[in-house]
Design a protein around this ligand. Structure first.
Ligand code: F6R
Length: 246
């Protein structure tokens, strides 16, 4: 069971997004030139919207951080609307004026994925490490694109997407066949090295896996269960996702 965690249960998606944005903004205020870790997907969209509002109204300043994203499809072009590079510009980076030279997302077009993964880890290390890492959770328990398996990657790696993930992410593509089958993703060690984890989950579809991740056995079959080994995890959920956590 995860013991060293703070759990915030908010009424709905909007309240969850606002709470998570406030927590993230105070982490940045405490370390305004630090490195921070970002996630894509539906869950953090509302939080990113709230962060842009905070920046615009002068309540927060994100312009001096360095950003590292968890993952990127492979192969994918950076200007493909389904790429995570495109997603981050659209939903956050352009709105907070974060210069492109301080935003790092694994390159979905790298000639050699293995070389790209090593370079990505080196960039994180050069900043002194990630302060706060934002995470969502897959309905199968994945974090980043670390899918349930016998073994998990420690560092950033070229990974194969699980069928469940392809099926779930097909909602963003014209057809399921268009979903890339591989990705580059931070590994479990990369994620667990962040000083603090900020995990978000919303909706009834995440209730069961949140319970397994936080209270079930630590197992590579539920990659998010490894967060039980981290010393500083903050979880922000809405009522529906929290249903089995009481
Ligand atoms: C995204 C990522 C994934 C998502 C997860 C949940 O960068 O790494 O692990 O966080 O698939 O996705 P949503 O938020 O769309 O339910």
């Amino acid at each position: 069971m995860l013991r060293n965690f703070k759990l915030y249960t908010e009424d709905d998606y909007t309240a969850m997004s606002q709470k998570a944005a406030e927590i993230f903004a105070s982490a940045v205020a405490a370390n305004p030139t630090g490195a921070f870790g970002f996630a894509t997907g539906s869950t953090p969209e509302g939080m990113y919207k709230a962060l842009i509002q905070m920046q615009k109204s002068g309540k927060a300043d994100f312009t001096h951080i360095t950003a590292f994203n968890l993952d990127e499809y492979y192969p994918i072009k950076p200007d493909d609307p389904q790429s995570y590079k495109y997603f981050m510009r659209l939903h956050l980076f352009d709105g907070i004026n974060l210069p492109a030279n301080r935003t790092f997302i694994p390159n979905g077009q790298a000639n050699d994925p293995a070389v790209e993964c090593i370079a990505f880890e080196e960039k994180i290390a050069a900043t002194g490490g990630i302060d706060t890492q934002i995470l969502g959770i897959g309905t199968n328990g994945h974090i980043g694109f670390n899918e349930p398996a016998q073994e998990l990657s420690a560092t950033t790696s070229y990974v194969k997407l699980a069928d469940a993930t392809i099926e779930s992410n097909a909602r963003f593509f014209a057809t399921p066949e268009n979903v890339p089958r591989h990705a580059l993703s931070m590994g479990l060690h990369t994620i667990l090295m962040a000083k603090r984890i900020l995990l978000l989950a919303s909706g009834k579809g995440k209730a069961e896996i949140m319970h397994q991740a936080l209270f079930g056995p630590i197992t590579t079959q539920v990659p998010a269960s490894l967060l039980q080994l981290h010393r500083d995890v903050t979880i922000v959920v809405d009522q529906e996702a929290a249903k089995l956590l009481q």
